[in-house]
Design a binder for this molecule. Structure first.
Ligand SMILES: Cc1ncc(COP(=O)(O)O)c(C=O)c1O
Length: 421
């Protein structure tokens, strides 16, 4: 079914319907099918909300059974068996094995609500108002989250960034400039003109910002600086958490222990909306109901979330991600060597970016791939990066086919002969 111009009452604001102009009818794991039965390989994963693929059978079985049981689906943040199940499972499967001690808050269900809750809490705890955020960051579309986002495209310059200090992310001025040293001097030294912020918020890999990977040394140094100055460190793991980088949390590779961690997108496992704020216990100075919202802790989403944690009980799941990550890395490095169109490739686990000179070229790559049956989006401050974000559960064959298609398309668009590896 297609809408006629008279019946299409949806606002212009709908974006992905323009980037990927077809009507989807079905989806399974790494494949979407449209209403003309055309298949699309999914290298987008609902912008990171579908790490376990579309309609994952293992999760679906539990979700369907839960729906059939007449258990409460919506009960705000009243206690339900499902909520308690999830809290126990998260403690046993995620926190304890990693030696992490956090309390959990369920904010409203989209990622931006977790960001809003976290900065509100940081301000309350420290009694300071400023938040330090980074160049090219993205934290969501509600007013405070937008104010924290470096992306001018999203801010349109009309969202005031009051009480936000923007500082250069790792590598912002190239490899030779130590941005951490700059931050230290500008934030904590007498005479810099700045007063201490309540918190530093960051993505360990800036996703919308163009797949910018913070180094381990930088992350460790940033945490140390924050700790020494009583500044809370907030890791926004909304896009790159839940296994995207190979570990459950993206910061595990650096061995840091953020004060606050934000999860959303893939935490429910099934594409159902759910968000979490993880805070060190001593920060939990909320009073009951002080921060609320109607759709917190939705039980259907929690059913998906509890079941999805089973993936993390078996080391094989992570081994599989590592194996697939290696395939992507090798292929992209080869592409970088072979194609003059490719300026850089960056990434980790199953989040990778291919950077081109211009946003126009990246857009053409994404459009051509869509024609050929592969869904992939662009990111970066000029849209110049094509972002590879397949489900973690993608089959090896489809991963390889998708990478071949990307390589072929870049060569075609750049007028280079197609090499086969
Ligand atoms: C790092 C990060 N933070 C926050 C958000 C906002 O999440 P939501 O769109 O669910 O509000 C996003 C969305 O892409 C994100 O990538």
């Amino acid at each position: 079914m297609n809408l006629t111009p008279e019946t299409n009452i949806e606002s212009n604001v709908s974006g992905y319907s323009k980037s990927f102009p077809t009507t989807f009818r079905k989806a399974k794991n790494d494949i979407l099918v449209d209403n003309n039965e055309k298949e699309y390989l999914d290298f987008f994963s609902g912008a990171g909300a579908l790490n376990y693929g579309h309609n994952n059978d293992y999760l679906k079985k539990e979700i369907v059974a839960f729906l059939g049981s007449d258990a409460p689906i919506h009960c705000l943040d009243m206690d339900s068996e499902m909520k308690l199940n999830f809290l126990n499972a998260f403690q046993d499967t995620v926190l304890k094995p990693r030696g992490l001690d956090y309390k959990l808050q369920f904010p409203s269900p989209s990622g931006t609500n977790a960001v809003e809750a976290a900065i509100k809490l940081a301000r309350k705890v420290t009694k300071r108002s400023k938040i330090l955020s980074f160049t090219n960051s993205f934290h969501g579309m509600t007013a405070s989250s937008l104010a924290l986002s470096g992306s001018q495209e999203h801010r349109h310059n009309d969202i005031p960034a009051q009480d936000v200090l923007f500082f250069p992310f790792d590598g912002y001025f190239g490899e030779d400039v130590d941005t951490l040293e700059y931050i230290k001097q500008m934030v904590a030294s007498q005479g810099s003109g700045n007063t201490l912020p309540a918190a530093i918020i960051l993505e360990t890999i800036q996703a919308e910002g163009g797949i910018k990977v913070a180094s381990v040394d930088w992350l460790v140094g940033l945490q140390q600086f924050a700790n020494e100055n009583g500044i809370l460190l907030i890791v926004d793991d909304i896009q790159v958490g839940c296994g995207r980088t190979g570990n459950f949390f993206s910061f595990e590779r650096a061995g840091i222990y953020p004060d606050i961690v934000l999860l959303s997108k893939s935490i429910s496992g099934f594409g159902l909306p759910l968000s979490l704020v993880l805070m060190k216990p001593e920060l939990d100075i909320w009073t009951p109901g002080e921060h609320n919202g109607t759709f917190r802790a939705n039980n259907l989403a929690l059913c998906g979330a509890t079941t999805a944690l089973d993936y993390w009980k078996d080391r094989n799941f992570q081994n599989e991600i590592e194996k697939k990550a290696q395939v992507v890395e090798e292929k992209l490095n080869q592409l970088r060597t072979d194609s003059e169109a490719v300026k850089a490739v960056r990434g980790m686990g199953l989040i990778w970016g291919i950077e081109f000179e211009s946003g126009e070229f990246a857009k053409k790559v994404s459009q051509q791939l869509f024609e050929k049956g592969l869904i992939i989006e662009t990111c970066g401050n000029k849209g110049q990066v094509v972002k590879l974000l397949p489900p973690l559960t993608i089959t090896e064959r489809n991963l390889s086919n998708g990478l071949d298609l990307i390589q072929e398309t870049i060569h075609q668009l750049h007028g280079q002969p197609i090499l086969t590896y």
